[in-house]
Ligand binder design. Structure first.
Ligand code: ADP
Length: 171
């Protein structure tokens, strides 16, 4: 059994694609930053996915919306999440659960990460009830079809989404 010692300062990583950040993500950041001394919101640089926004654009949007939180920083990473966490002195991975559909994938990831680095714990927060139906994927679909997503993403993100789809000429 591991010794039950809590580090004096707990750093958590909130990893994700954030393509783009939604008010559901933001709700998790707001709640997460009260639980930990430092919260790193980290965008996975995944060359195999075809994101709507580049990593740099997503970093810009995230920085804009988390600007008011003194203990939240925005970063990006490539490679294994647990290695990135260890390099940054983080002992917690923060993830959100919206529905049972999230649970299976999240459980698998949490157990794999625990196997790779048992000293790093995954903490889950249940999605806020007002945001549990929101996903970046669905937001993009709605905006691409001309729907209104106000209240579901920060206003600056909505503007960027509209601009991106207008430039693409969709629908
Ligand atoms: P990923 O590609 O890793 O799923 P996402 O950006 O979609 O990245 O999500 C990052 C994390 O935020 C995941 O743990 C996801 O479950 C959580 N999340 C996404 N949307 C919401 C939401 N509306 N409410 C709470 N948590 C959410």
């Amino acid at each position: 059994m591991r010794a039950a010692t809590k580090p004096p300062r707990v750093t958590a990583i909130y990893p994700g694609s954030f393509d783009p950040i939604t008010n559901g993500h933001l709700d998790l950041v707001e709640r997460g930053c009260c639980l930990f001394d430092k919260l790193i919101v980290a965008i996975l640089r995944n060359e195999t996915k075809q994101p709507l926004f580049s990593v740099e654009e997503r970093i810009d949007m995230l920085r804009e919306v988390v600007d008011g939180y003194a203990n939240v920083v925005v970063d990006s990473f490539a490679g294994l999440l647990v290695d990135y966490a260890a390099e940054n002195g983080a002992t917690v991975l923060l993830r959100g659960i919206r529905a049972i559909s999230d649970y299976e994938y999240e459980l698998q990831m949490a157990l794999m990460n625990r196997r790779l680095r048992p000293e790093i714990e995954t903490a889950f927060l249940m999605a806020g009830e007002a945001y549990s139906f929101i996903s970046s994927h669905l937001i993009k679909q709605v905006v691409s079809l001309g729907g209104d997503v106000s209240g579901m993403v920060p206003a600056a993100v909505e503007t960027r989404l509209r601009g991106r789809y207008a430039a693409r000429g969709t629908p």
